[in-house]
Structures are given as structure tokens and as C-alpha cells.
Design a protein around this ligand. Structure first.
Ligand SMILES: Cc1ncc(COP(=O)(O)O)c(C=O)c1O
Length: 451
């Protein structure tokens, strides 16, 4: 019998169609290829005021920054303590590069995990251990990877734990995790849940942090062996603090885990800057904490902190951790210096000054229609309304020498486009007063219909 002929490598054996023969869709002429589709998609984004642009900084981040030829007083970074360009941290990064080189060469599981990473994990775990018994920490390259890892790994817990009993249909049902996610959660949590859903069944319920009734009822009726409540602590586009005490009480009552993303609280909240758990004085083995190191800490990266068993599970099952090169050890070395500053007298002074700036803003920023958010954090959004008005407001105040960016859907709800104003410990009270005057003038111009 004749052997079937193997196609050559790289050779597609399906007969080729000429362009005239290709099936066409009534909306798209057959000549419209990927390039034309991309151009049209971009035009559509632009028409709806949703095209995203970026600018090129010529100087490091700080309360003032140059972009191209223009100098701005900036109110848009997450460098809340003003440490991103700190001389002592820069020197630590140089020292770290001398000690450890630049690249880490491999993932943490191969050979990229150094003593610098280990020391940083130990220090981060010690900061959270008054709040999470026996806390261990695991470093990630960034908060996005940490959240995606966390959600995927936690969602798979019950399936793996109950595996021997899975012929039993009751065990099968209770191995499906339930995730209760705050509606305003960051995109990285949302994406982590989406990815976890691709890996196995899960029940998802969204909840509003202003009304925990539906969350409570959902938990009360839930028979899953694994219930996970997940929320930002400080909401990144709104700035207010989630009701962590109430969520923790529900987690305790209904035997759930509480995952808290403290990307914007770490370094800023708490007497010592240890974050939301210190600020709120909570303690529970149910808390899984995520903090980022590229915002108030001024460096880069993120960490997850939880009990030993949960941290070890996340370590075993986190694909972004396992299949990605470890972040440079020099960064871990520099972050240790940043933690020393955050915790010490200087960190305390910087946090106190931030608070003075926030009080000044909240007492003096008055507008005809635009609204402040109920936030006491360095994130102080100004809700403008439509995408067009938010873009116009941003352009007007840029012309006056201030940089804050317009945040539009899908990042925030339709009709609540806003300027996301953030304060940094390097700002002065005069910077805040000048910003308020510029914003009030922008609002008057927009309301009066002036171009
Ligand atoms: C609430 C929240 N979580 C996670 C992240 C992701 O952190 P990273 O920037 O380190 O990836 C962000 C980033 O802005 C955030 O705001």
C-alpha cells in the first residue's frame, strides 16, 4: 500500500483561493485586509473620543516634568511619596547592579532567585505578619502579573484539593469556586478572573462596596468549598477606601478568603506605611494581600503575602511566576532601601505632608458642576461627565502648564469620565492652589461653550 504523502514542513496543502474567489461579508469589501481594518478601528476609537495617546517624558517622574519642549506641574503619577527619583534609592540600584549585575538570567524557579529577592520577600512578609499570621511573601515583576497569578492559582485550589473525591457529584459541585469581585476592581483582577474562567468552571458575582447586602446573601446561600471575596483597598480611579472591616467580617462568618489589592495603599496608608492592613488594624489568616512596588515605593514590581500554605500554593500554580524571567536582583536591592525610607521618620513626614495637600484640595476645590470623589487618599478624581468634556478639560489645563489625564470608559463607567488627579509628597501647597484656579477656569470655559 502506498504511504500517504507527508506535506513539506511549512507547506499548507489546502488549495489557494484567488482574491476573487474569497468569500466576502456584505459590510467588508474583499479588498479590506487587516491593515484597513486596523485603520478603520482606530478611526472609530477616535470618533468616540476613546483613542489613547502617550507622551514622551524628557525628565524623570516628579511633581514637575518636561514632555518635549513643555514643562508641566504634574498631578498624574502614582509616585505618591516622591521616591521614584530619590538619590538614596538610585544609589542602592547602582550598588545592587554592582553586586548582582543587570539581568537575573532565568525565572525564580531556575536560577534567577537571589539572596536580594529572598531578603526583600522576608522584609515584606515581616511588614504584613502582624495582620496575616505566619505571613510569607512572593515577589512578582508587576502588580498585573501578581493579580493574574493570584486569581488563577486560588481559583484552582478546591479542584486540586478535592481531586480524589471528584467521582462524587457533591464534591464536584463544591469544588467549583465562587468569586465575589468588587465592581470597581482593577483591570488586572478582572483579567485574572477571566483567565481563571478559561481554566475551569467558577461562579462569579460582582458586588458594590457601598451595599454589601447582595454579597452577604450570596455568601449565605453558597455551598462551594472555596469562596473568594476580592477587592481593591483604595480604588485606583476613585480613591476611596473599600469597607475592609465589613468584608472581613463576612469572610469570617461565611468561611471565605479575602483578597485585597493594596496597590495604592502600600507605602501611603498606616503609621509606618505598611499599607491598608496596618491602617485598619485587621488580622486574619483569610487575608491574601497584594502590594505593588512601582507606585509609592518608587521602584518596580509587586508582591503577594498570605499564610504559608496559600503562598506556597500560589508559588506552585502561578504561570506568570513560573514561566517568566525573575525581575533584576538590583531592583530588589533598591526596593529594600525604599522600604527603609518608607518606614522611617522621612516616610512619616512625607505621608503627613501628603495629608496636608489632600486637606487643602478638599477644602478649597469647589466647582459649579464638576464633582469631587469621596476620597481621602492621594487619588482625587474630578468627575467631569462626558468623554469630550474630560478631554477638553485636560487640554485646557495642559495649556496652563498642568498635567492630569482624562480617564474614560471602559476604565470608568460611561458618563463619569474624569480627570484623575493625584498628589505626591513633592507638591507644595502653592502647586495645589494653582491647580485649583486652573481647573475652575477650565470648567467655566467648558460650561460657557468657549472652545
Ligand atoms: C489597583 C491596581 N492593582 C494592580 C495594578 C497593577 O500594578 P502594576 O502597575 O505594578 O502592574 C494597578 C496599576 O495601576 C492598580 O491600580
Amino acid at each position: 500500500m502506498q504511504e500517504p504523502q507527508q506535506p513539506e514542513l511549512g507547506h499548507d496543502p489546502t488549495p489557494k483561493q484567488s482574491p476573487e474567489q474569497m468569500p466576502t461579508h456584505p459590510l467588508f469589501p474583499s479588498t479590506m485586509g487587516a491593515q484597513d481594518l486596523a485603520k478603520r478601528a482606530l478611526q472609530n476609537l477616535e470618533l468616540s473620543g476613546l483613542l489613547r495617546l502617550r507622551r514622551v517624558a524628557q525628565t524623570p517622574t516628579g511633581s514637575a516634568q518636561r514632555f518635549g519642549p513643555e514643562n508641566f506641574t504634574t498631578f498624574c503619577s502614582n509616585d505618591y511619596l516622591g521616591l521614584a527619583n530619590d538619590l538614596r534609592i538610585k544609589q542602592a540600584l547602582i550598588d545592587g547592579a554592582r553586586l548582582w549585575g543587570v539581568g537575573s538570567g532565568a525565572s525564580h524557579l531556575i536560577s534567577g532567585h537571589t539572596q536580594a529577592h529572598e531578603d526583600l520577600e522576608a522584609r515584606l512578609a515581616a511588614w504584613q505578619s502582624p495582620h496575616i499570621p505566619g505571613a510569607q511573601a512572593l515577589l512578582f515583576a508587576n502588580g498585573y502579573a501578581a493579580n493574574v497569578s493570584l486569581m488563577g492559582a486560588l481559583a484552582s485550589l478546591a479542584t486540586f484539593a478535592l481531586r480524589p473525591a471528584l467521582q462524587d457529584t457533591q464534591a464536584q459541585r463544591s469544588s467549583i469556586p465562587s468569586i465575589y469581585s468588587a465592581r470597581l476592581n482593577h483591570a488586572s483582577i478582572i483579567d485574572g478572573i477571566r483567565l481563571a474562567k478559561q481554566q475551569g468552571p467558577l461562579e462569579l458575582q460582582l458586588f458594590d462596596t457601598e451595599d454589601l447586602g447582595p454579597l452577604e446573601r450570596g455568601l449565605a446561600a453558597d455551598t462551594s468549598a472555596l469562596k473568594i471575596i476580592v477587592s481593591d483597598t483604595l480604588f485606583s480611579m476613585d480613591g476611596h477606601l473599600a469597607p475592609v472591616h465589613a468584608m472581613l467580617e463576612l469572610a469570617e462568618r461565611f468561611d471565605a478568603l479575602l483578597v485585597l489589592d493594596d496597590a495604592h495603599g502600600f507605602g501611603v496608608l498606616g503609621e509606618l506605611g505598611h499599607g491598608a492592613l496596618e491602617h485598619l488594624q485587621v488580622r486574619s489568616h483569610r487575608i491574601v494581600y497584594m502590594g505593588t512596588l512601582g507606585k509609592a515605593a518608587g521602584v518596580s514590581g509587586a508582591f503577594v503575602c498570605a499564610t504559608a500554605a496559600l503562598t506556597q500554593w500560589i508559588f506552585q500554580k502561578s504561570r506568570p511566576y513560573i514561566y517568566s524571567t525573575a525581575s533584576p536582583a538590583a531592583l530588589a536591592h533598591a526596593t529594600l532601601q525604599s522600604l527603609t525610607l518608607i518606614e522611617g521618620a522621612e516616610g512619616q513626614l512625607r505621608r503627613a505632608h501628603l495629608h496636608t495637600l489632600i486637606e487643602c484640595w478638599r477644602s478649597q476645590a469647589q466647582f459649579k458642576r464638576w464633582q469631587l470623589s469621596p476620597s481621602w487618599s492621594p487619588i482625587q478624581p474630578l468627575i467631569v461627565g462626558s468623554n469630550g468634556d474630560a478631554l477638553r478639560a485636560s487640554a485646557i489645563i495642559q495649556a496652563a502648564g498642568f498635567l492630569t489625564v482624562a480617564i474614560r470608559p471602559p476604565t470608568v463607567a460611561i458618563g463619569t469620565s474624569r480627570l484623575r488627579i493625584t498628589f505626591c509628597a513633592e507638591h507644595t501647597l502653592d502647586d495645589v492652589a494653582r491647580l485649583i484656579t486652573a481647573l475652575q477656569s477650565a470648567e467655566s470655559q467648558i460650561l460657557s461653550g468657549c472652545p
